[in-house]
Design a binder for this molecule. Structure first.
Ligand SMILES: [Zn+2]
Length: 251
């Protein structure tokens, strides 16, 4: 499986980061899954060389916050032009919000191009050769972390938005790659709990406790990549890969 990082910012961060969005390409190149289509995702797909929407089989939405779903109306409009149908997978409330957004923005007949598939913690899906499972994380709205396994090979976990979570450590155990949010460089743990977000050291801690070999910090907040690098202090054995637009990793 190949992972492509389309963007790595949060809702409010340096606009050049884009919003955190991933593309997963199966071994045979046949199954493409898009995760968290934030604003400008169609442009980002083109920028990274994956502009052919007909390749996308499923879009996974982790929760209903705008930086995770606001790119969908544009994807659906384009899918209508291409006569392409895809599945959108996510928590029930996020799919309800998505319908409201499609209606509010005048995207007609969207049901012809979308299959909406609600999932929650414990659900398992097989999409081509990829097995996808979900975990509820502590955030301000229902939000799911996603684990993707590829035919007995290495797996990855994407935390989406979350405060530090022991359940997420267990969910990530045995996976080579963890993409974990870092909304804050450092903050009071009580505040983080209330806001449902993590710091740089939370992300490192989850990766280390789960035994993941590689951490990519994503969902950066209102700080620079240089400042982030100063706050990431992994122990030996954990490799931190700094996020970049269109970064590709093979698992
Ligand atoms: Zn959020």
């Amino acid at each position: 499986m190949k992972v492509v990082l389309l963007g790595f910012g949060g809702w409010l961060s340096d606009p050049s980061y884009g919003t955190t969005s991933l593309l997963l390409v199966d071994e045979d190149g046949g199954t493409v899954i898009l995760i968290d289509p934030g604003e400008g995702v169609l442009r980002d797909l083109h920028l990274c060389g994956y502009g052919d929407l007909r390749r996308i089989r499923a879009v996974l939405v982790t929760h209903r916050h705008g930086d995770h779903i606001l790119g969908l109306p544009t994807l659906v409009q384009w899918a209508k032009v291409l006569q392409h149908r895809f599945t959108v997978v996510g928590p029930q409330d996020a799919l309800g919000s998505l319908r409201s957004i499609l209606e509010a923005t005048g995207v007609s007949n969207y049901d012809q191009y979308l299959e909406l598939l609600p999932v929650d913690e414990g659900a398992q899906l097989t999409l081509g050769g990829l097995r996808v499972s979900f975990l509820r994380t502590p955030h301000t709205v229902p939000s799911l972390a996603i684990r993707v396994e590829s035919r007995g090979r290495d797996c990855l976990v994407y935390s989406s938005d979350t405060a530090y979570s022991e359940d997420l450590v267990n969910f990530s155990r045995g996976c080579k790659l963890l993409l974990h949010e870092v909304t804050f460089l450092d903050a009071d743990p009580i505040l983080l709990r209330r806001l449902g977000h993590s710091t740089a050291s939370d992300a490192v801690r989850v990766a280390e406790e789960a035994g993941c070999g590689t951490l990519i910090p994503v969902h950066l907040g209102t700080y620079s990549r240089e400042d982030l690098a100063r706050y990431l202090n992994p122990a030996e054995g954990l490799q931190v890969v700094m996020p970049e637009r269109c970064l590709e990793l093979k698992l």
